[in-house]
Design a protein around this ligand. Structure first.
Ligand SMILES: [Zn+2]
Ligand SMILES: [Zn+2]
Length: 305
């Protein structure tokens, strides 16, 4: 099971009931945090999310509403006796700002690995610290800073079919290897392929995070068929479109159109402008574009199988 919680849903600056946009994705006692603006650790404490479970922090871009909480969170993790290494991923161009923020983290009790990512092309890498079947990919977004979208893909093991294994008279001791995709050489000379005893491929669980960006067709491509798309929506007034795009952002309606085009299962809206104090008043309008939209508030969560 994968639990996704929005630690905050605000853009630019925090409000009394809205922290900065950030997502906590937890699986089997390990977690990935996407973005860490000011107050992220406070919201995590309120929501009961365990910061010492965080193995990786994925930073979308250098703007303060996505980074200013880093020193506080890391130092709290250190005083919370985190010992295992933590990986920090961020766009390469954000490195000077990230390193500046880390100047105050002089005595962390764990190794902090810095992983700059390309801002020119997407990257894909395995991340076994959280799950052996987790793959993380990036997409280069269009914002007024170098900015990355992140995709977490949890592949699922195919089901092992013991009846088929019994029918083939395969000794029990080969079951585990076959289930993990390895070919088995039996003592009687037969070679058994995993396909002979496994069920059909299973649909992976895919979580995509897109903040901050103007809308463009590449986002729908990146989020194609995702289980959950977490996407910014600064405002809900369509008349503001041009002004919003000039600032490198999108409307809630744009996020719904992307979700529809990408055929995602669910959309969590996030990163509202501080001026957008009542995003729920657009509920009917947004549901007409994409019925599975959630106008999230801090603490919005979902469990994905
Ligand atoms: Zn932002
Ligand atoms: Zn930004």
């Amino acid at each position: 099971m994968i639990n996704v919680t929005l630690v905050g849903t605000g853009g630019m600056l925090p409000l009394k009931d809205r922290f900065m946009a950030s997502a906590y994705i937890e699986h089997d006692g390990h977690a990935v945090l996407i973005d860490c603006g000011e107050g992220t650790q406070i919201s995590m404490r309120r929501l009961g999310l365990k910061m010492n479970r965080i193995d990786a922090i994925l930073i979308t871009h250098a703007h303060g509403d996505h980074t200013f909480g880093l020193p506080g969170l890391l130092l709290s993790m250190s005083s919370g006796c985190r010992k295992a290494p933590v990986d920090l991923f961020y766009p390469m161009e954000a490195e000077p700002i990230i390193k500046g923020l880390l100047l105050s983290c002089t005595s962390l009790g764990f190794e902090l690995n810095l992983n700059p990512l390309s801002v020119n092309e997407s990257e894909t890498f395995k991340y076994p610290a959280v799950d052996e079947n987790l793959t993380i990919s990036t997409a280069v977004l269009r914002h007024n800073a170098f900015c990355l979208g992140y995709k977490l893909r949890f592949d699922k093991k195919r089901e092992f079919l013991p009846d088929k294994a019994k029918a083939l008279d395969i000794p029990l001791r080969f079951y585990r290897a076959l289930h993990s995709g390895k070919t088995a050489m039996l003592p009687d000379g037969r070679t058994i392929l995993p396909e002979q005893v496994l069920g059909p491929p299973r649909v992976p669980t895919v979580i995509v995070n897109v903040t901050d960006s103007v809308p463009f067709s590449g986002i729908a491509e990146f989020a194609r068929n995702a289980s959950l798309l977490i996407c910014e929506g600064m405002y809900g007034d369509e008349g503001m479109g041009q002004a919003v795009y000039e600032k490198g952002h999108m409307l809630m309606q744009d996020a719904c159109r992307i979700a529809k085009e990408a055929n995602v299962k669910k959309l969590f809206l996030t990163h509202y402008s501080p001026a957008n104090t009542d995003p729920w008043k657009y509920q009917d309008e947004l549901e007409k574009i994409f019925p599975n939209v959630v106008i999230s508030c801090d603490g919005e969560s979902i469990t994905l199988q």
